[in-house]
Design a protein around this ligand. Structure first.
Ligand SMILES: Cc1ncc(COP(=O)(O)O)c(C=O)c1O
Length: 436
């Protein structure tokens, strides 16, 4: 497999764009050297690069595409809507149509406000919680990798250059599934916590009783409970992970899968909190969300069609089965190559993830890079796993075939104690690090 054209275009992009990409997780430091630098087009679960290489794609646009790339039933309504205009001087009717559907489906949703990006709605949730409670401290879950591009979150990561100390001091964190740590934080900041924000589930499922206890603690301490459902929404369940796990937050944020890759996000929540962003109250006005392009009509139409399909078909149930098959298939292959202890697919079946470990049990990024390189060599792009309606039995079989071949090389590296001579180019790195 050649990447000559990708390599040529990489140089151009790096000259023009810091990091060569507009999202850190699409950047060169996240992929091996022998990889497609760009995607030119995609259809269903397939994607093509500038050299004409074809890949089975599991990344699906940073998990935003939940049905398939260029999915015809969604494109139909998008095309029709574009013909009618995409942005008007007053709201389109689609705004209330989609808000009504979310209110019908999502337990926490009594009112809805749309935007384009996940970050905008999580930050809106934080501001609203601060205005509603008159408090400033934010508690966020430490094990959830990303909530927002804004200071309240980025200031609490390793990549905090440019963020004022005054902002950093206001964000505290606690580990997932550790309600006692959350309780200690709430006690230590009694009367100051505006909100607690976490994903209902991410790499790990919530331990029995954990989310219920978080709910209880938030209520006891008068803090607004926010679930970031930007990944879990419309994936775990059409009513959200909050329905799946049976715990209702005060506010919740959605994005990614809600419009099959079209740009749309939503803040939803309890009426008495949400209406502070509106025109019918006597409290100080909250600048909740206000965007020029936040309700482009074709994105709302895409979302309506996407959610209706997820609601009316067994797609999500089938996705859970596909995730289980992938996990079991990967782990069986790892065992067959004799590396079951050091190569594992794990997590919640709707969103499985894999990791490689060194002899001491620490995550090994060299082995991860080698695995990525070898799966790419066999036509599968699997930096993470976003299962869509376009991933079914044939895609699982093709993936496990590539995984088998890749694990064979990974096993060689483990035996040698090094990826040297097998991996071409540098090892991938975590996005959140202090220095390049
Ligand atoms: C859990 C979570 N929250 C928020 C965001 C931010 O979303 P966006 O990139 O649409 O601003 C992301 C994006 O990856 C995310 O995964």
């Amino acid at each position: 497999m050649q990447f000559d054209e990708s390599n040529r275009l990489r140089e151009r992009a790096k000259r023009l764009i810091p990091g060569g990409a507009h999202t850190y997780s699409k950047g060169d430091d996240q992929f091996p050297q022998l990889s497609p630098g760009f995607i030119t087009h995609a259809k269903g679960a397939l994607a093509w690069d500038p050299d004409g290489n074809e890949f089975l794609d599991w990344g699906m646009g940073l998990r935003s595409v939940c049905l398939g790339h260029a999915y015809e039933p969604v494109l139909e309504v998008v095309r029709a809507q574009i013909e009618k205009g995409v942005n008007f001087t007053r709201p389109s009717l689609l705004e209330a149509d989609l808000a009504e559907l979310l209110v019908e489906l999502v337990p926490a949703a009594e009112m809805v406000k749309f935007a384009k990006n996940g970050s905008d709605v999580t930050t809106a949730a934080v501001r609203l919680a601060r205005a509603y409670t008159g408090r400033e401290v934010v508690i966020r879950c430490l094990d959830h990798p990303f909530f927002s591009v804004d200071d309240w979150f980025i200031g609490d990561t390793a990549m905090d250059a440019g963020i004022p100390q005054s902002s950093k001091a206001l964000t505290k964190n606690f580990p997932f599934n550790d309600a006692a740590a959350l309780e200690r934080l709430l006690e230590a900041n009694r009367g100051q916590v505006a909100c607690i924000i976490l994903e209902a589930a991410a790499t790990a499922a919530p331990a029995p009783g954990f989310l219920e206890r978080v709910r209880e603690l938030a209520t006891q301490h008068g803090a607004v409970l926010v679930f970031d459902e930007i990944i879990s929404g419309f994936r775990w369940n059409v009513r959200g992970a909050q329905h799946y796990y049976g715990v209702t937050p005060d506010l919740a944020t959605f994005g990614k899968a809600m419009a099959n890759g079209f740009s749309l996000s939503a803040l939803v929540g309890k009426r008495d909190i949400m209406e502070r962003g509106g025109l019918d109250h006597a409290h100080p006005r909250v600048f909740l969300l206000s965007t020029t392009n936040g309700t482009e009509t074709h994105c709302l139409a895409a979302s309506l069609r996407t959610i209706q399909l997820l609601r009316d078909t067994p797609i999500i149930d089938e996705n859970w089965q596909i995730g289980r098959q992938l996990r079991e298939g990967f782990n069986a292959l790892a065992a067959r190559h004799g590396i079951g202890e050091r190569a594992r697919m794990q997590g919640v079946d709707i969103s499985p993830w894999y990791a490689f470990y060194d002899a001491d049990g620490k995550v090994d990024m060299g082995l991860r890079t080698l695995f990525l390189q070898e799966t790419i060599r066999h036509g599968v792009l699997i930096p993470y796993i976003a299962i869509s309606a376009s991933h079914r039995q044939a895609e699982v079989a093709r993936t496990l075939d590539a995984v088998d071949k890749a694990l064979k090389v990974v096993a060689q590296a483990m035996e040698r104690g090094s990826v040297d001579g097998l991996l071409v180019g540098p090892v991938v790195k975590p996005v959140f690090r202090k220095f390049n």
